[in-house]
Design a protein around this ligand. Sequence first.
Ligand code: FAD
Length: 303
Amino acid sequence: MGVVRDIFIGLSENKILNDASKQIGLRFGAQKVVGGTGVNDTLKRLADINNQGMSVTFDNLGEFVSDRSEAEKEKNNIIKMIRESHKAGLDAHASVKLSQIGLGIDETFCYNNIKEIMEAAKEANMFVNLDMENYLSKEQSLTILDKLLEEYDNVGTVIQAYFYDAKKEVRKYKNIRTRLVKGAYKEPDTIAYQSKEDIDQSYFEIIKTHLVEGDGFTSIATHDHNIIEKTIRFIETQKISKDKFEFQMLYGFRKDYQQDLVARGYNMCVYVPYGTDWYAYFMRRLAERPQNLNLVVKSLTSS
Ligand code: FAD
């Protein structure tokens, strides 16, 4: 399994394939997990999901941008999607990766970009989630978040359960809207749990803490049915109101389960990545779960 994972991670980092994929549009089954390449096709996808009783969060694909003009272009793309989805009356919010709008270039430049996004979101009465990336960018991201929180109440972030200090962090942000995840990046054992068992345990702990200790809205972002059902049992015994939390899953994953949770009366928010930079995202999803290769096989056999 490790070999297959490494192959897809290698493919995700291949610059020639990344550049080529921008020219050809969604291929090889990527359309099942990416909402669209442009604003209009993505808006249609977002509306479809809303019509199934689920809210959406959109993510303009692309990360670790190292060029100022590129970062500004991405900022403008995000602002455009905020305005257009608001105009379309969608139940939507924005997920933003700070490395896409200049975090790796200069912190002040990045802060000014996210401020512009926050202003557009405020006008649209929309929430903005700062996605969390690797440990190296975490401290800078939290500094920016703390500064934004002095001025805005429509911003929140992600806490990654694999970090040893996740529980401390979840207490710090217990009163703001927070997405809780297991954590997606490879981090060393000096700072992060490594085994699935430890990560799952830490994850369930931070879910409980965020749900009961503060009054911030909790987004439980996972495809793991064991964690979800355990959380539901906890919520029922603690009599926690359904409007205090939601489940989140990625677009195209466990669609039946998403609908099942909606039918059971839970809030479900679907995370929809979109844009021409779809290739690395798609390869990482294949690396994470090689069973997703059936998307590729189906796309090749049905065309
Ligand atoms: P896993 O531990 O991958 O899976 C647990 C079990 O669930 C599996 O063994 C299997 O039985 C079942 N399962 C999982 N996937 C499927 C499937 N597709 N079909 C059927 N069964 C399945 N990470 C970050 O670091 N930063 C972020 O900002 C961030 N945002 C995220 C936003 C959303 C909406 C989601 C869903 C994830 C996000 N992540 C983020 C990724 C997250 O940290 C995990 O890496 C990712 O969700 C995989 O872990 P998991 O919780 O889904 O469960």
